[in-house]
Design a protein around this ligand. Structure first.
Ligand SMILES: *Cc1c(COP(=O)(O)O)cnc(C)c1O
Length: 371
């Protein structure tokens, strides 16, 4: 028998698979429950714009044809919306796709890739797969510590991932601090600012007054790559569309490693329609702002500390190991996210749901805390 483990690339042997939020269907099968509430993967509880669904349905009638591999129409719509040239845009099968392209283009086994402690789990996976050295800098008050990152840069540093706001902690970096960090970096160090929760964080009700407008920076900093997605606020996680905005040469390189049809025709059509439905986006943002208030007020009432968040999720400190509470919540039909694998064994990450879903979660929480 071949020892496949021995055959695997060295970086791959050391990987632990990404742990996604538990799917509703799996919990239904395991516990025979129905009416399950899933607040585990930062999905939009309103779902996508009905116009996006209509566009997806129309596009589904031509699925025998390959999609437009260049994504011309979606790029044109994004270009207009964001005020950046289409040649700066790279489309991904979700934004995790473009994060990986950035790593594959620039990172060799001689390089270091930097990111913060308590940050997105895909960064070390992409790094180690390439055989490069992952450098996790210590967090400051649960967020990216830019001073610690600055100090950790070496001649081998090639790429830095910064999630803003950060997942799973919801912390954010303000404009002045982030821009001066990027300005001071050697130009050979690429910075990926991962803005999966951009729409939430830039909504005034979330209170991140100095949240950066990085689109204005891409012309100034050729080593900056900004990544965004349709998975979160646009409610299209299941269709997989994301994109990055960068220097055109960086985009050209990323497009060389991109599989030609990485974004499906259905996804391209839905994303373009979603972009146009500003009323739906506004409803999603308002629902999130209210739901966040509902959750944090309830945590405060219960004496539970939480990490202030500008995303559509919040980490609550249970003051004891959270894994058993996660399991107990599952038995109540509520799926949240344990974050022990992010170095946060006492926290649970809860996605903001509808007012009803939030109430179901809070009732379940009270039940498990009283047990
Ligand atoms: C959800 C998320 C993404 C993107 O997910 P896709 O579905 O691949 O677009 C990227 N970064 C962070 C930090 C996220 O939380």
């Amino acid at each position: 028998m071949v020892n496949f483990f021995e055959l695997a690339a060295p970086g791959v042997r050391g990987l632990t698979p990404y742990q996604p939020g538990k799917p509703i269907g799996e919990l239904e099968r395991e516990l025979g429950l129905s009416n399950i509430v899933k607040l585990a993967s930062n999905e939009n509880p309103l779902g996508p714009s009905p116009k996006a669904l209509e566009a997806a349905l129309a596009a589904s009638k031509e699925v025998e044809l390959y999609p437009d591999g260049g994504g011309f129409e979606l790029k044109a719509a994004l270009s207009e919306r964001l005020g950046v040239a289409a040649e700066r845009i790279t489309l991904g099968n979700g934004s995790s796709d473009v994060l990986e392209f950035a790593a594959r283009v620039f990172v060799t086994p001689d390089n270091e890739v930097m990111f913060s402690q308590h940050s997105f789990a895909l960064y070390p996976i992409f790094t180690q797969t390439l055989g490069a050295q992952a450098v996790a800098t210590p967090a400051s008050r649960w967020g990216n510590d830019l001073d610690a990152m600055r100090r950790a840069v070496t001649p081998r540093t090639r790429l830095i991932f910064i999630a803003n706001p950060n997942n799973p902690t919801g912390t954010w970096l303000g404009s002045a601090a982030l821009e001066s960090f990027i300005r001071d970096l050697p130009r050979e160090v690429l910075v990926v600012v991962d803005e999966a929760y951009f729409e939430y964080a830039s909504h005034p009700a979330m209170g991140a007054a100095d949240y950066p407008d990085t689109m204005a920076w891409v012309e100034r900093y050729p080593n900056l790559i900004v990544a965004r997605t349709f998975s979160k606020c646009y409610g299209l996680a299941g269709l997989r569309v994301g994109y990055s905005v960068s220097h055109p040469e960086v985009a050209d390189l990323m497009n060389r490693v991109r599989p030609p049809f990485n974004v499906s025709s259905v996804a391209l059509a839905a994303a373009r329609a979603a972009l146009e439905d500003e009323a739906h986006l506004r409803r999603s943002l308002e629902l999130n702002a209210q739901g966040m208030q509902q959750l944090v007020a309830a945590f405060a009432e219960r004496g539970l500390a939480y990490i202030p968040s500008v995303g559509n999720f919040v980490c609550v400190d249970m003051g004891r190991p959270a894994a058993p509470l996660y399991d107990a919540l599952l038995r109540q039909g509520v799926i949240v996210r344990p974050v022990g694998n992010y170095g946060m064994p006492n926290h649970l990450r809860v996605t903001v749901g509808t007012p009803e879903q939030n109430a179901v979660f809070l009732r379940a929480l009270d039940a498990v805390l009283a047990a």
